[in-house]
Design a protein around this ligand. Structure first.
Ligand code: NAP
Length: 249
């Protein structure tokens, strides 16, 4: 099998109904994977599942809030019941709730940490139990360049993404001898609904800071994810792959 193909593997992608997660699922399906999406957006789930099926793969959309341990455990059982295996986990579900530190309230802090960091912990814990038994698996978490270089107005988001980096390296060390790799991707600014909401002058200032002079596309992150879940990266674990057009180097 060519090293970037995912024939017959089963991938769970959280937040997979829209944006970067959707793009990752579509690319994995093109490379032969069956995909399960955990997401809270029912409408987007349905349409992305249809797109995946149109590519000739099995696909399942589950309404799962990744902050609920019970919902995550239940969803992983459904993956095993319906798909028979779980080879790949992409922790992608994430949100922003921006605000300057002195005006940031506790709910803004808690919500972002809950979804971005605790959600990844809950999904990884549930998937790792399956992968350890199988003695193989691939876990990739979508962090952010902001977790490495910081960003004014995003103390909560940056903390959640920096947390994911430490989490990734610790889990990588725990699972390395058991055939399971755990890596992260730190995207820069990617054109999705998340960045679409930014005012044009902010986007212009961002472009000026990016050595490659342009925002990235969801496909740029998806290609990095494909590499990190494929056999081509079999000897890489605990790594943070920055996909940011040179931002942060
Ligand atoms: P997006 O377009 O907002 O999509 C995120 C998806 O996750 C949505 O379908 C969303 O549902 C879902 N979601 C939100 N909360 C959830 C929860 N509690 N449980 C399950 N699913 C949930 O975001 P994106 O821009 O593709 O970003 C994806 C990931 O990349 C995030 O972790 C983000 O931090 C990271 N990232 C993005 C950028 C960027 O520039 N876009 C840069 C660096 C890192 P709703 O539709 O209901 O909101």
């Amino acid at each position: 099998m060519p090293p970037m193909q995912l024939t017959n593997r089963v991938a769970v992608i959280t937040g997979g109904a829209r944006g970067i997660g959707r793009e990752i699922a579509l690319l994995f399906a093109k490379e032969g994977a069956d995909c399960v999406l955990f997401d809270v957006n029912e409408q987007a789930l349905q349409s992305t599942v249809q797109e995946l099926e149109a590519l000739g793969r099995r696909a399942l959309g589950l309404v799962v809030d990744v902050t609920s341990a019970a919902a995550v455990e239940d969803a992983v059982s459904k993956v095993l019941d319906k798909m028979g295996r779980l080879d790949i986990l992409i922790n992608n579900a994430g949100i922003t709730q921006d605000g300057l530190l002195v005006r940031m309230d506790e709910t803004q802090w808690d919500r972002v940490l809950d979804i971005n960091l605790k959600g990844s912990f809950l999904c990884t814990r549930a998937a790792a139990k399956v992968m350890l038994k199988a003695r193989s698996g691939r876990i990739v978490s979508i962090a952010s360049i902001v977790g490495i270089i910081g960003n004014p107005g995003q103390a909560n988001y940056a903390a959640s993404k920096a947390g994911l980096v430490g989490f990734t390296k610790s889990v990588a060390r725990e699972l390395a001898s058991r055939g399971v790799t755990c890596n992260a991707i730190a995207p820069g600014f990617i054109q999705t609904d998340m960045t679409h909401r930014l005012p044009e002058d902010v986007k212009q200032r961002l472009r000026e800071q990016i050595p490659m002079g342009t925002l990235g596309e969801p496909g740029d992150v998806a290609q990095a994810a494909l590499f990190l879940v494929s056999d081509a990266s079999r000897y890489i674990t605990g790594h943070v792959l920055v996909v940011a057009g040179g931002l942060g180097m």
